[in-house]
Ligand binder design. Structure first.
Ligand code: SF4
Length: 258
């Protein structure tokens, strides 16, 4: 590692700032083979590549079969075409629900927090996101608001609130969802939605069937508190019944448990 910069090896900002993106930079770390050089040129504009100095320091300088090196340095084999190959084998484009949320399995979501990978792994199963900049990680710009993403996630809390008093006209309480969402808006110093049904619709969630006449988010939380509702308390009646409900409904987009 010595001689390769004076930056902080334990600081990821520093690593990203000094990311290796050219053959010349890569040569400071390994003896680049003609095949590797050809692959780097061939991947230009097709599959992104970048290697942090930390990762480069782990690579064998002379052996192109070094597994860490093979994970990070482009290979001509990436450009071979296979009839069944897909740039989205894990189905991110199918299960994407909002700009940042991928909801494939009932009880967990993936949140896309950035379009940047410090090292572009050659084996990546999310090649769709790491192709040319045109095939961005995000359906929309990375800087767009997080409220819709969190709103979607907040519709997936089946084990909360079932023992809490509901608002008028609603089948159960949604105090955790509403309180967490209100806190997010306050944290971001934005006015909370006056119509949560419309707001959730933007996030791809139809909560109209379970929402009563009170739709202003702040008023909902205040009224729920007046009724004695408490957020973040696991329901005694949740359990398997609630999980089953999510498994059969949310993933198909038919209903949101809230
Ligand atoms: S998404 Fe993950 S596996 Fe794919 S290139 Fe980025 S860090 Fe590597």
């Amino acid at each position: 590692m010595s001689g390769h910069g004076s930056w902080d090896w334990s600081d990821w900002h520093s690593q990203v700032q000094h990311t290796i993106t050219t053959v010349e930079e890569l040569r400071e770390w390994i003896r680049v083979t003609p095949a590797e050089e050809a692959a780097i040129a061939a991947c230009q504009g097709r599959y992104r590549w970048a290697i942090t100095p930390y990762y480069a320091a782990l690579m064998d300088r002379d052996d192109p079969r070094c597994p860490i090196r093979q994970q990070a340095v482009p290979s001509l084999r990436e450009l071979e075409s296979w009839p069944t190959a897909s740039v989205d084998p894990v189905g991110d484009t199918v299960y994407r629900r909002t700009n940042r949320v991928i909801h494939k399995y009932p009880d967990r979501v993936v949140i896309l927090v950035t379009g940047l990978c410090p090292v572009y792994c050659r084996h990546c199963t999310r090649k769709y996101h790491t192709m040319t900049p045109a095939a961005t990680y995000f359906a929309r710009h990375e800087g767009v608001s997080w409220e819709e993403d969190f709103a979607y996630i907040l519709t997936t809390f089946p084990l909360l609130d079932r023992d809490q008093p509901p608002l008028p006209g609603e089948p159960r309480s949604f105090i955790t969802r509403d309180q967490a969402l209100l806190a997010l808006f306050e944290l971001r110093r934005k006015p909370p939605p006056e119509d949560i049904v419309a707001f959730f619709a933007q996030a791809g969630a139809d909560i109209a069937p379970v929402t009563g006449p009170l739709r202003d988010l702040r008023e909902r939380v205040l009224w729920a508190w007046e009724l004695g509702a408490v957020a973040y308390v696991p329901s005694r009646r949740g359990g398997e019944e609630a999980v089953e409900e999510v498994e059969t409904s949310e993933i198909e987009g038919e209903e949101f448990a809230g």
